[in-house]
Design a protein around this ligand. Structure first.
Ligand SMILES: *Cc1c(COP(=O)(O)O)cnc(C)c1O
Length: 393
């Protein structure tokens, strides 16, 4: 087995099949012609007469799916048109009316919205659990618990979960464990080695890596693969070959980019934790973040995304901060080459409400020089907490 950095360069590439081209080309197509009746009959997969069709993928799709399955360490991978689509269709592939789903309380917001709106309407009961529960989650398991959906570190507050403990409890009642693995990427957390059944990536983030396409993946172990694949196909989920090409291109430089996001993120987070305007920094690699020991035990690195909590929630302070940042864009998504901030406020929680007051901001450390990032954030925070009278005087 090669090192991950080597795998990222070679996974899913077969130049001999494409005239020697280094990259798998963009194959656009819907109709795929058969050369005879017998070849049409032979193209049926699992008895499906429509399997030889663009909706089931082209060589561009397969290059990308093979690469992700190998890099995550799973059995098979399905692509989706967005990360959210990968999350919701993975859920739909496993649940039926009357089932019970356990979902971590620090789940990505739109996945929570889908669960509370759509799953509940379908008669699937969704119960949220505290990210720090560990093996205590066994007490929440029921005979009809079908899925444990988790994300580690979780969105916006970045607590790390004890995934082997969650998986053991889930498997004891026959449930599947679905993990949103976007933060760590396939580089820094190996889901299947820790018992996960389906690993989801918002490929929009680090895999595409340049803020120019939306894409999702779900990768399954052997146990979950047939259900996941049927679920994706039954709902007609597919991704554009142009976006898949961009994702394949992004993949090749991921180990180099992520190394820089990691070191920039840790240095920026550490510096911000010392600023008088900041009450808390939420970053799995910093010792005071819940689950830091689990991060050290189970993860191979850190990405560039973390949270900070300001001491103040005063809108004048927030306005001065955001309007004086020069290198950090204000916007959604993350994982591109550029630095970003997004105003969060108070993250939605139903089972563990943080006693901490103060406004939460999500920060993405991009690939700029870290001294410039620290200097820019520090000057904006300095201005933010300077009282207006002093600023005028
Ligand atoms: C962004 C994100 C998603 C959704 O990805 P999109 O491509 O924007 O739909 C899902 N999970 C996490 C953790 C994310 O950060």
């Amino acid at each position: 087995m090669y090192d991950a950095a080597t795998q990222f360069i070679h996974a899913g590439r077969t130049p001999d099949q494409f005239g020697g081209l280094v990259n798998t080309p963009i194959f656009r197509g819907s109709t795929i012609l058969a050369t005879s009746f017998d070849s049409w009959e032979a193209s049926k997969v699992n008895g499906n007469p429509y399997s030889n069709y663009g909706r089931f993928g082209t060589p561009t799709t397969r290059s990308f799916e093979d690469a992700i399955a190998e890099l995550e360490g799973g059995h098979g991978c399905c692509v989706f048109p967005s990360g959210l689509s990968a999350c919701v269709h993975s859920l739909l592939a496993f649940v039926s009316t009357g089932d019970h789903v356990l979902m971590t309380d620090n789940i990505y917001g739109p996945t929570r919205t889908f669960a509370t709106n759509v799953l509940n309407r379908m008669g699937v009961e969704v119960e949220f659990f505290a990210p720090a529960m560990g093996s205590k989650i066994a007490e929440l398991m029921r005979p009809n618990t079908r899925v444990v959906f988790t994300e580690s570190p979780g969105s916006l507050t970045f607590e790390v979960a004890d995934l082997p403990a969650l998986c053991e409890a889930a498997h004891s009642v026959g449930a599947f464990v679905l993990l949103d693995n976007t933060w760590a990427s396939p580089l820094y957390f190996k889901p299947f080695e820790h018992g996960v059944d389906v690993s989801i990536q918002a490929a929009t983030k680090y895999i595409v890596g340049h803020s120019d396409a939306l894409l999702g993946t779900a990768t399954a172990n052997e146990r979950a693969w047939e259900l996941l694949k049927a679920g994706a196909h039954d709902f007609g989920q597919i991704a554009s070959p142009d976006d898949l090409f961009l994702a394949l291109r992004g993949l090749r430089t991921m180990p180099v980019r992520l190394q820089r996001h990691w070191t920039n993120g840790v240095a920026l987070a550490t510096s911000l934790s010392e600023h008088p305007a900041v009450s808390e920094v939420m970053h799995p690699a910093l010792p005071n973040t819940p689950g830091h020991d689990l991060w050290k035990r189970d993860f191979l690195g850190a990405s560039g995304l973390f949270g900070i909590r300001l001491k103040s929630s005063d809108s004048d302070v927030l306005r001065r901060l955001f309007d004086h940042l020069k290198l950090f864009g204000i916007g959604l998504s993350w994982g591109g080459f550029e630095s970003l901030v997004v105003p969060v406020g108070t993250p939605v929680r139903t089972c563990v409400k943080s006693p901490a007051q103060g406004y939460v901001i999500r920060v993405h450390a991009g690939l700029e020089h870290v001294d410039d990032l620290i200097a820019d954030f520090t000057q904006a925070l300095d201005i933010a907490i300077r009282s207006p009278q002093i600023a005028v005087a």
